[in-house]
Ligand binder design. Structure first.
Ligand code: RB5
Length: 146
């Protein structure tokens, strides 16, 4: 299952990305925003999405705000969330291969729609490598979570 959510800055990109992913055969659940509301706040959508990702095994999430950074900071406050900010092909691939990211964050004000589609697809199509060094590092992240 794939969840997607955005604040007002990410709303237009969310709509476009959602359509692209649905056309590509992904089952996408849109957790809002349902409309452009300049007063909405990205932490509300980050929280909504990560709760679903944590409750549903083998699911993932795409979070979009203006920079992608606010969503990432908010999402990573939740234990078990590995939200990665992606902005090119390399960071998208590494997010899956090295970080086993269960969420990715995009900045609609820094990444155009075509690149966003391409890199989200890379993240979705790439498997976690499972290499010991990556597992060890991810375990260390869990250990330092307070
Ligand atoms: C909203 O204007 C903006 O601050 C937000 O979308 C995001 O860029 C934060 O990281």
């Amino acid at each position: 299952m794939l969840y997607i959510a955005a604040d007002h800055a990410g709303y237009p990109l969310k709509e476009e990305l959602k359509k692209f992913l649905a056309e590509g055969g992904y089952e996408v659940i849109d957790l809002g925003a349902d409309q452009l509301d300049l007063a909405d706040d990205y932490p509300d959508y980050a929280q909504k999405l990560v709760k679903e990702v944590l409750e549903n095994e083998d699911s993932g999430g795409v979070l979009i705000c203006g920079t992608g950074q606010g969503m990432c900071i908010a999402a990573n406050r939740f234990e078990g969330v590995r939200a990665a900010f992606i902005y090119d092909e390399f960071t998208a691939r590494s997010a899956a291969e090295h970080l086993d990211a269960n969420a990715v964050c995009l900045g609609a004000r820094v990444t155009d729609a075509e690149l966003a589609k391409k890199i989200v697809k890379i993240w979705l199509d790439t498997e976690f490598s499972g290499e010991e060094r990556h597992r060890r590092r991810l375990e260390k992240i869990e250990e330092i979570a307070e």
